[in-house]
Write a protein that binds this ligand. Structure first.
Ligand SMILES: Cc1cc2nc3c(=O)[nH]c(=O)nc-3n(C[C@H](O)[C@H](O)[C@H](O)COP(=O)(O)OP(=O)(O)OC[C@H]3O[C@@H](n4cnc5c(N)ncnc54)[C@H](O)[C@@H]3O)c2cc1C
Length: 414
């Protein structure tokens, strides 16, 4: 096998983008996964490239919501009771980072990455011949109550400061954009510069094909075989052992499986989420993703149908699927938009890898020469895959990074 400079473990949108950016810089790279590119978390998301995002999802601040979640009546969240003791420390930390001042701090820390989110996708889409999957219609967020719309003020002020365009709309304004919506909400905000994808799986596959065309090596293997071999890192693959000086962990929610045996323990939590596709009824259609904010689901038009995605479920990563949130959101979703028959027999389950401060870890692994980390992209992995790929490739090849990577260092949790 060719002499390898770097191994990227995990061919989700993050790992594939890193491998592609490294290959573009002339690095000899092997991209290793136990499955095909983009088939896990990067397959099932809502397809939104949220380059205009300001605040991350936050821990509920009002008692009524907490009680609804606690009683398992909430549409936007679910949990497994047996999992609560294990997730409690993470939830406390997440709550701390949900204070208004910390949300603003996160928004500022993440801004340099978000600014590059859409342009970096556009570059890779063009190079991969996959521009047809990109939609530039923005996304629409709906607010069913005056109260929830009023609570947006701080976020909109920050959006103005960042120069992010948005348009508050009344019901008629929103329905002019999306005539298929029923007037069950009171306010809406259109974020016109948000982009979205009609098939996230096809896009990761297109980036992988481009990597392959540039001479990148794609191999099947188990990342958990990673170990030191002299001064290099070794991974066992279907084609035999592979050694390289640098190795990148881009295993999304599975990253701890490889890092824990190396003594690297960072506070990664998992917010599980589901999707299911529905055929629209009659001629009804959506032009862009629509978020029903308070109920906590997204309707995203995809090649496969209207993809309904749920909010967070706190449960063991590997526990069987419990898609009860669909039973809770369906009555709201069906009234808002004429959803027809489901496409699949059962919902798909995905696992968002989330740090409590809603920032990914991108950079060197503490205390392990040649080991790099790129995981924990939470609700924004599809958005930030290509920007992360560029940043990581610049760091590994010794180029000047396009932004200061300090806010994403693993050491922030020390
Ligand atoms: C319901 C839902 C909706 C979402 N909506 C959006 C959205 O609209 N916009 C957005 O930006 N983000 C969204 N996200 C988040 C986004 O999908 C994730 O942040 C992103 O996909 C994470 O990408 P990744 O490459 O880090 O992980 P993954 O895509 O999970 O890739 C990890 C890879 O590692 C491989 N792997 C794991 N273990 C091993 C092993 N032992 N050996 C070899 N390979 C291994 C897996 O096979 C997989 O291919 C959503 C997520 C969910 C669940």
């Amino acid at each position: 096998m060719a002499q390898i400079d770097a191994i990227v473990l995990g061919a989700g949108i993050v790992g594939t983008s890193i491998a592609l950016h490294l290959a573009k810089r002339g690095t000899v790279v092997a991209l290793i996964d136990r499955g095909g590119p983009g088939e896990e978390t990067s397959y099932g998301n809502a397809g939104v490239i949220e380059g205009n995002t300001v605040f991350p999802p936050a821990f509920p601040s009002d008692l009524a919501t907490l009680i609804r979640v606690g009683l398992k009546h909430a549409t936007e969240a679910n949990y497994h009771l047996s999992f609560l003791p294990r997730v409690a420390p993470w939830l406390f930390a997440f709550r701390k980072f949900s204070r208004p001042d910390r949300l603003a701090e996160t928004a500022r820390a993440m801004r340099p990455l978000f600014v590059r989110a859409i342009p970096e996708h556009e570059t890779l889409l063009a190079e991969s011949g996959a521009e047809r999957y990109l939609r530039r219609e923005g996304w629409l967020k709906l607010y069913r109550t005056d109260r929830s719309f009023a609570a947006l003020r701080v976020e909109l002020d920050l959006a103005r400061e960042f120069g992010i365009p948005f348009q508050p709309l009344d019901v008629d304004g929103a329905r002019a954009l999306e005539p298929g919506l029923q007037p069950l909400f009171r306010h809406a905000v259109h974020w016109p510069e948000v982009a979205s994808l009609t098939n996230p799986l096809a896009v990761t596959r297109a980036y992988a094909a481009r990597f392959d065309a540039l001479g990148g090596i794609m191999l099947s293997g188990d990342a958990r075989s990673l170990h030191r071999n002299g001064g290099r890192w070794r991974v066992e693959t279907a084609q035999g052992p592979l050694d390289a000086r640098d190795v990148v962990i881009a295993l999304g929610p599975w990253s701890p499986d490889v890092l824990a045996p190396l003594g690297i323990k960072l506070p990664l939590g998992i917010k599980r989420g589901y999707h299911r596709h529905f055929r629209p009824t009659g001629n009804a259609g959506l032009t862009r993703p629509v978020l029903d904010t308070e109920i906590g689901y997204c309707c995203a038009p995809m090649e496969q149908g209207i993809r309904l995605t749920t909010g967070a479920e706190f449960a063991d990563r590997d526990a069987p699927a419990t898609p009860v949130q669909f039973d809770r959101i369906m009555p709201y979703a069906k009234k808002l938009f004429p959803l027809g028959e489901p496409v699949e027999a059962t919902p798909w389950l995905g696992k968002r890898p989330c740090f409590p401060d809603s920032r990914p870890v991108i950079g060197r692994a503490p205390g392990q020469a040649g080991l790099w980390l790129a995981y924990g992209h939470a609700h924004w992995g599809l958005t930030l895959g290509p920007a992360t790929g560029r940043l990581m490739a610049e760091m590994i090849t010794g180029q000047t990074p396009f932004c200061d990577p300090a806010p994403y260092r693993a050491e922030r949790f020390n």
